[in-house]
Each structure stands twice: as C-alpha cells, then as structure tokens.
Design a protein. Structure first.
Length: 315
C-alpha cells in the first residue's frame, strides 16, 4: 500500500476503484456498482483499481475473493493495477489510529450493543429496525487526552466536535448534508475484538491509493459524512462521490448476500451480456447493442460512450 500522505497521481487526474467484501460471489447489485465505477473511470481516461475489503475477517468466505475476480474478468472488467487486500494493510490502519490519538480525539469504550440500546431507551429513544444506533456518549470522558492504544477488549471511538455538519456534492444525487452528532454520534474506529472498523480502513485505503473518484451503491451514502470528517482530521484529500441507485428485490429490500441474492451468470458470452445489459438498464443506459454477434469488449465500448453522454446531462 502507498503512503496516504504521498498518494500516486495519474496524468489523467482520475483514480477510481471497486471494493467488494469477499462474503460471496457478485450478484446483480454488486455488478451495477462494479460496472458503474468501471465506466466512470474509462469515460474519464482514468485508472480503475480493485480492492478486496476483507477487514472484517470473520465475515469473509475463503475463495470468495478469487471468485469475484474471475467474475469481473468474465465481464471484461479488468483492473489497472495489482489487487490489494485490506487484511494486508493493518499497519497502515494502526498508524492512522495513532495519528488520531495524537490529535486527542479518541477514547476507549466498553459498551455492548445492548448497553447502548438500554441507554437510549432510558432517554426515550427507540432505534428503528436495521438502523445504526446513535451513540449516547456513555464512555466519553470529560477531557480527552492521549491514550494507550495497546489496551485490549475495548473499542476506540472518535470523539466528534459538537454540532458537526458535513455537506458534500454527490455527482448523482446532488447536495447532501448530515449532522453527524445526531445521525451516528461518536463512532468506532477499532472494535473491541481488535479489528479495525470499515470507516477507518476505507479512508486510509482511498488516501493511500490516491483515489480521486468514488462510485458506489447508495447503501453507502450514509457513511460518506463520517469518511469525509476522517479525511479532514487526517489531512487527506477528499475524493469526489457518486452513489448509484440500488437494485432491490421483490420485497423492496436491497439486493444483497444477506437476502440470498443469486450470483450473476458468467458461464458464456451470452449470459455475461445479459447480466451487463440488466446492470446498464438499471443505470439508465439505453440503446446498447444486443445482437448475438457483439463481443463483450464491443459492448463495453458502447456502454462507455453511453455513460459519457448520460454524464454530460446528469453527472
């Protein structure tokens, strides 16, 4: 991994990425994210990187990373640099955590999810189903200082300044604003089991790889303000963001491995093109070649032109 303070800078000025978690093969929703990010990179003459986000080791499925890579290649989505794995970047995350500690904005937390839920309940706050609980600052000290980060069996949270509002422009959704104290509160950067949280890992990775443009699913939109704040505190550059519309199942739920989404079919060219056509249609791309004689490379070239035309109107 590169140094987050001295990231690579391509002549085109564009470095994008696709960063799947290896918890199963690609499904229709993840293909939309992969295709959208690839098309945006190619339309802008930039680099498209592949990062395997296996920071949460217990959730990773052995071999899923290789299957994802095989599926991407079958779809003609070739990455431009060596693949990286978050599990190989633990020292980078620890260095970032230590830098934040020097800023005196970390504190240890021993709260369980049930403890947090109980604390919120006593305040009359009922947490909606499948939504993140706003941390009630149970463990936050009156004064923040430099801590011994080697202490185990406790989480480390980032202490937010009061009334922290993050605003950014999403290239697809327009102006976005989030009041972090009210939306999530002080959030975890390293878990009590010693694993680094996604929020810290993805920010460090994007900075180290010099990512300038992030194209991903709308399910990650709510994470963006936290990541932008971390970028600010760590003095990293802020990428541009574009959040794509989600693929939903028949119940209106996000298509995901948790909802038993089936993997995309890549056994032959016809199947691949059918999957790509569905992903492109979800992205609003129309009039792409669908004749049987078209190759995957020809289809991707047409899709890149279509993405460019759509981008001039919307993005």
């Amino acid at each position: 991994m590169n140094d987050p303070k001295n990231p690579p800078s391509p002549a085109s000025g564009y470095r994008g990425r696709f960063a799947p978690s290896p918890t199963g093969p690609l499904h229709a929703g993840s293909l939309v994210a992969a295709l959208g990010s690839w098309l945006d990179a190619k339309k802008n003459g930039g680099k498209w990187l592949l990062r395997i986000e296996d920071v949460d080791g217990p959730r990773s499925i052995p071999g899923a990373d290789l299957e994802i890579m095989r599926q991407l290649l079958a779809c003609g989505l070739q990455w431009d640099e060596e693949v990286t794995w978050q599990s190989e970047c633990q020292e980078d995350y620890q260095s970032a955590l230590e830098a934040l500690n020097q800023h005196k904005c970390l504190y240890p937390c021993t709260c369980s999810r049930q403890t947090i839920a109980n604390a919120l309940a006593t305040q009359g706050i009922e947490n909606p189903r499948n939504q993140e609980m706003v941390y009630p600052e149970t463990c936050r000290p009156i004064e923040l200082g430099i801590n011994n980060l080697s202490t185990r069996k406790m989480a480390w949270r980032l202490a937010l300044p009061s009334n922290l509002v993050i605003e950014f422009e999403d290239r697809w959704l327009g102006t976005q604003k989030q009041q972090l104290n009210q939306a999530v509160g002080d959030f975890v950067l390293r878990r009590s089991d010693g694993l680094f949280a996604y929020q810290l890992a993805v920010v460090v990775d994007d900075a180290a790889q010099g990512i300038t443009h992030i194209v991903r699913g709308e399910d990650l939109l709510s994470n963006t303000a936290r990541q932008i704040y971390l970028q600010t505190v760590l003095a990293y550059d802020r990428p541009q963001y574009l959040h794509l519309p989600l693929v939903l199942d028949e119940h209106g739920e996000k298509l995901s491995k948790q909802t038993l989404a089936t993997q995309i079919h890549t056994q032959d060219t016809k199947s691949v093109l059918q999957e790509l056509q569905k992903a492109a249609a979800h992205l609003g791309l129309r009039n792409l070649p669908n004749r049987e004689s078209v190759s995957i490379a020809e289809w991707l070239l047409a899709a890149t032109h279509a993405w460019g035309n759509q981008s001039n109107q919307k993005i």
